[in-house]
Write a protein that binds this ligand. Structure first.
Ligand SMILES: [Zn+2]
Length: 71
């Protein structure tokens, strides 16, 4: 079961010590980083309780407010 939350960040920012969404244990770094368009998804795995969750960082607000037109 995954739970997504959304935070704002800047390009190049890699979140560290994100607290586990279930037990609150700080996780040193994300297991997986998946860059996307205007956002980066981070997959965190808590080694204390084995909870996995995804956090999405949005770094391009302009792209969200003015999405490119489909050709
Ligand atoms: Zn945990």
């Amino acid at each position: 079961m995954t739970k997504a939350n959304v935070v704002k960040a800047h390009i190049g920012d890699i979140p560290r010590h994100n607290p586990c969404a279930q037990c609150g244990t700080p996780i040193p770094q994300p297991d997986w980083i998946e860059p996307g368009e205007g956002r980066v998804s981070y997959l965190w795995t808590c080694h204390a309780c084995n909870y996995r969750f995804e956090a999405i960082a949005i770094f391009d607000e302009a792209a969200l407010e003015h999405p490119p037109l489909a050709a």
